[in-house]
Ligand binder design. Structure first.
Ligand SMILES: Cc1ncc(COP(=O)(O)O)c(C=O)c1O
Length: 405
């Protein structure tokens, strides 16, 4: 008898769907397309020479290469965890390597958060919109969602309090230059989020994927650092409400798959067990290479990226101002890779994408995919990271021809 795979599959598969938009975006390889779709870093900006030199250094020494090519501990490469502690302790956390586990990208960290905290049917609070990859990471654990609205300063505290009254398992947010809408949670809102976390005992999952890519203004303290500050002076790891997900994907290179979670040791110990079960550990040699690269060039590297992406962010905002009709609203991100559009209510972004690809050779991602409640049919995410300034202007101009005046 032939196996009926669909009938056999576990119920958790019900929440895991391929995106319908992926079909539309298959055309992205066509050279005539100007694509604002891929929310990925520009490979021209990867520190190629430094990465190559680091691999060569490791492989040149017999002692180093046998370590680098061997199995290693599930917690992650100790010198790299120490680097992460040094960076994050500038925010006064009191973190030691016990508070950090290296994951295969922060995506795996989010998957572990789902495994750690979500039981079938549990409520999870997310922003509206939120990072699609987080929804995908949580989906196998079968959550229900409460979507909390945001404005230009981040999540709305009143709505967040309403959500927290329902006692969600956690609140997931991307406070800096959020994927997909580019919004940064202001300092006052960060404090408000933490006050609510404390009042209702709800953990915060802080996803800091884009934090280093700030083009304007001063960096804001992470929620984790503010949480440590609220706890007051004391020994040991001080944050009490926050788990922090970090990554080297947007600063060094995503293919090395090195990210991390920082949190209370009791949580990190549980995640280490998950890491062991999932893939034993992240690539030893890639962790060593990342550690070499970031210790050698971190300030120059991040400054270089900021300078390059700032030009593209400026080009996109200038093009939107020049070409787009009144009635379309967009965010003005202070960093990151994305601008978010709100079209007039009666325009469906998925239909607009079909026309954009077919008629003017432009691609973007319709925003509804980033909504846990599937709202946002009139929203779009435009990524400026992979397109030069001139093509940004041309792509925005072409897109504007499809919008009603
Ligand atoms: C907000 C956010 N979090 C996490 C990730 C995952 O990145 P990685 O797994 O490469 O660290 C991404 C990737 O685009 C992202 O946009």
């Amino acid at each position: 008898m032939a196996v009926d795979w669909t009938e056999r599959q576990a119920s958790r598969l019900a929440g895991m769907k391929a995106s319908e938009i992926r079909e539309l975006l298959k055309v992205l390889e066509r050279p005539e397309i100007i694509s604002f779709a891929g929310g990925i870093p520009d490979p021209a900006l990867f520190p190629h020479a430094e990465i190559a030199a680091a691999y060569q250094r490791v492989m040149a020494s017999a002692q180093h290469r046998s370590m680098a090519l061997q199995y290693s501990v599930s917690e992650g490469w100790l010198p790299l965890r120490e680097f992460i502690c040094e960076q994050q302790n500038q925010g006064g956390l009191g973190a030691t390597p016990e508070n950090v586990v290296i994951t295969s990208g922060s995506q795996q960290g989010l998957e572990f958060i789902g495994k750690l905290l979500i039981g079938a049917g549990d409520l999870v609070a997310v922003t509206r919109p939120t990072y699609l990859g987080a929804l995908q990471a949580f989906a196998p654990y079968e959550p229900r969602y409460v979507s909390v609205p945001v404005d230009d300063e981040g999540v709305l505290p009143g709505a967040l309090e309403d959500a927290f009254r329902q006692n969600p398992k956690f609140f997931y947010l991307v406070p800096d230059f959020q994927n997909p809408n580019g919004i940064t949670t202001s300092l006052a809102r960060r404090r408000a989020v933490l006050a609510l976390a404390e009042r209702y005992g709800v953990p915060i999952i802080e996803d800091a994927a884009y934090t280093e890519l700030r083009y304007d203004g001063e960096p804001l303290p992470s929620l984790m650092a503010l949480d440590a500050e609220r706890a007051g002076p004391g020994a040991g790891f001080r944050p009490r409400h926050v788990i922090y997900a970090g990554t080297f994907s947007k600063t060094v290179a995503p293919a090395l798959r090195v990210g991390w979670l920082t949190g209370p040791a009791e949580v990190i110990h549980k995640v280490v067990l998950m890491k062991q079960a999932a893939d034993l550990h992240s690539s030893t040699i890639n962790q060593i290479v990342i550690n070499d690269v970031v210790r050698a060039i971190w300030p120059e590297l991040t400054a270089r990226l900021r300078a390059a992406y700032r030009i593209r962010r400026d080009a996109m905002l200038a093009a939107l101002n020049a070409w787009f009709p009144p009635g379309v609203r967009w965010t003005e991100p202070a960093g990151g890779l994305f601008v978010w559009l709100e079209l007039p209510q009666d325009i469906c972004a998925t239909k607009l994408l079909e026309r954009a690809i077919g008629e003017v050779n432009v691609a973007f991602v319709p925003g509804s995919a980033f909504h846990a409640d599937r709202s946002g049919a009139n929203t779009c995410r435009l990524a400026f990271s992979m397109v030069g300034a001139e093509a940004i202007d041309e792509g925005v101009r072409r897109l504007s021809t499809l919008l009603p005046r």
